[in-house]
Ligand binder design. Structure first.
Ligand SMILES: C[S@@+](CC[C@H](N)C(=O)[O-])C[C@H]1O[C@@H](n2cnc3c(N)ncnc32)[C@H](O)[C@@H]1O
Length: 221
């Protein structure tokens, strides 16, 4: 038994993933209305991300069930105690990471989100899941909120906010990554600069794509 597979978290996640599946249809329809170029331009813009995510503020945009399970397993197997997340949304990935912290014996998860209604929803879900005591939700642009007061060492990072900012967010956390720290980046194919950086061994990472949409990188010692 793990925190993930028992109440209150298991039924909560079933409900949240079902809602995420239902809303994905609308998000995909909206995306399909854009040309490939326009979609790539929006996802890669370093200035338009606030507007883009503002338009998506009612959508969970959650990681897949498979990526969520992977996050839990990576946090457990690395015995993570300190986790930083870029992009909370409704808190589905946060719930998995926090469950791993609980099952690791405790810890601290800093997560960042700029949409106030999403912060409120995530807080409700983390409270309902019995995990809020492990979480610090930083409201505002992560470029600011993650630029101060980070733990001395970070065991695991999830990058899942605006894809264009992955290099900048990595800059904020990099000096605190412990040797062996894991960085998971969702949909990193929209951030070619980020991929080039973590895939170049000279930059101190070992990195591999995983499944269709995830890049997993490890900070070398
Ligand atoms: C893909 S969703 C995150 C999904 C979440 N990780 C999950 O799996 O449940 C991305 C979220 O990041 C937020 N976001 C994007 N850029 C941000 C930024 N610069 N600062 C804070 N939040 C940001 C968006 O509002 C959106 O809710």
């Amino acid at each position: 038994m793990t925190t993930l597979t028992i109440a209150p978290l298991a039924p909560l996640l079933d409900r949240l993933f079902a809602e995420a599946d239902a809303s994905e249809v609308e998000v995909e329809a909206a995306a399909a209305a854009l040309s490939t170029e326009e979609r790539a331009r929006l996802m890669q813009s370093k200035t338009g991300y606030r507007d883009l995510y503002g338009r998506l503020k009612d959508a969970p945009l959650a990681v897949s069930r498979e990526t969520a399970a992977l996050l839990y397993m990576l946090a457990r197997s690395s015995r993570a105690r300190t986790i930083v997340e870029f992009g909370t949304s409704f808190g589905i990935s946060t719930l998995h990471l926090a469950a791993a912290l609980r099952d690791n014996g405790g810890g601290h998860l800093i997560t960042s989100e700029f949409e106030p209604s999403k912060v409120a929803k995530a807080r409700d879900h983390l409270t309902a899941g019995g995990l809020i005591d492990l979480i610090e939700i930083r409201e505002g642009d992560a470029l600011q909120t993650l630029s101060v007061d980070l733990p001395d060492t970070i065991d695991l990072v999830l990058l899942d906010g605006a894809k264009s900012l992955y290099p900048e967010i990595l800059n904020l956390v990099e000096s605190r990554l412990r040797p062996g720290a894991i960085v998971v980046a969702d949909n990193a194919d929209f951030s070619p600069d980020y991929l080039a950086r973590v895939r170049s061994p000279a930059n101190g990472y070992m990195s591999t794509p995983f499944a269709e949409d995830v890049e997993i990188s490890m900070r070398m010692g």
